[in-house]
Design a protein around this ligand. Structure first.
Ligand SMILES: Cc1cc2nc3c(=O)[nH]c(=O)nc-3n(C[C@H](O)[C@H](O)[C@H](O)COP(=O)(O)OP(=O)(O)OC[C@H]3O[C@@H](n4cnc5c(N)ncnc54)[C@H](O)[C@@H]3O)c2cc1C
Ligand code: FES
Length: 268
């Protein structure tokens, strides 16, 4: 089979996260793809509609979790998939969230659906919590209705500091209000021992990285996931080129020492 031929997966479970976002648990119908690592992505194929990149948001044996926000033709088709439906998948593609060095304080910062690619990293770090110092998860959303993975939060909170902020609170909102950078003071990390992971809109990642650098976190200890429109995911079509890199192959996860320059490169 050609490397870009999708293999069939079946929807084992479908969970609605928000009004426009669902998480699909996918099981291989024949042979599984090679194991995915946190940070990597699959090309998901909605049969008859098209294919899009989607990060893995859950890894459990051969079962892949993907959290998809309906923004257009293909993502809408994937969000409509029901339990038992077929979806094509190929991958794994891309670079990984490198596991933090032992003893690090772990700081995970997301904006909106950016929490999805970080979820497998959160699970891995929590499983190995004894190896690290403080673990903090800071999540920012536009409004409370956009929150993801509400069912995970009690478990995450038992082992990590989890703080959520929204731009537009509703009456009775118990969390913080404002940008996610406003939460950086409440996370108890040591800048020189911190391993930081960022995923979300570029403006949010830039502001967070700038703040962390100012606080003394070295650029090479900050990792960010850069998303670019992709077609082949196999370094063939050039669609995802950003300066000297092909994001589908060299990313999506980059160290900030590299990512900062790439973000100032105009997209082709
Ligand atoms: C490595 C990678 C991982 C991704 N992981 C996820 C994920 O886990 N969950 C998820 O919901 N989405 C993810 N995306 C974004 C997803 O691929 C796009 O939303 C999807 O390609 C849109 O296709 P469409 O046919 O549904 O909509 P289209 O009709 O192609 O586009 C609809 C709108 O979405 C915008 N758009 C298209 N691609 C992107 C993009 N990459 N980022 C932001 N806006 C985009 C378009 O400009 C347009 O305004 C990821 C993208 C990349 C590159
Ligand atoms: S998506 Fe084709 S080269 Fe990257």
């Amino acid at each position: 089979m050609h490397a870009t031929t999708p293999v069939p997966y079946r929807v084992l479970a479908r969970r609605r996260e928000t009004a426009d976002t669902v998480t699909l648990d996918l099981v291989p119908a024949a042979g599984p793809l090679r194991p995915f690592r946190p940070g990597q992505y699959a090309m998901l194929y909605a049969f008859g509609t098209g294919e899009i990149p989607a990060s893995v948001s859950g890894i459990s044996g051969d079962t892949l979790g993907h959290t998809v926000r309906a923004v257009g033709k293909v993502s809408e088709a994937l969000c409509r998939a029901e339990r038992g439906d077929w979806i094509g998948a190929r991958g794994p593609y891309g670079t990984v969230w490198q596991t933090p060095p032992a003893g690090s304080d772990v700081l995970i910062v997301s904006g909106g659906i950016g929490l999805a690619p970080l979820r497998p990293l959160i699970e891995e770090v929590l499983d190995r919590a004894k190896e690290f110092g403080t673990i903090s998860v800071l999540a920012g959303y536009r409004n409370p209705g956009e929150q993801l993975f509400l069912a995970d939060l009690p478990r995450w909170r038992s082992r990590a500091h989890v703080h959520v902020t929204v731009d537009h609170p509703e009456p009775g909102w118990p969390g913080a209000t404002g940008l996610v950078t406003g939460l950086l003071d409440s996370a108890g990390y040591r800048p020189d021992r911190c391993a930081a992971y960022l995923c979300g809109p570029e403006v949010m990642m830039r502001a967070t990285a700038r703040d962390l650098l100012r606080r003394g976190v070295p650029a090479d200890r900050i990792r960010a996931s850069l998303e670019r429109n992709m077609r082949c995911a196999t370094a063939w079509c050039g669609h995802c080129q950003l300066g000297p890199v092909l994001v589908c192959r060299d990313g999506p996860v980059f160290g900030w020492d590299h990512a900062e320059g790439l973000l100032s490169t105009p997209e082709r």
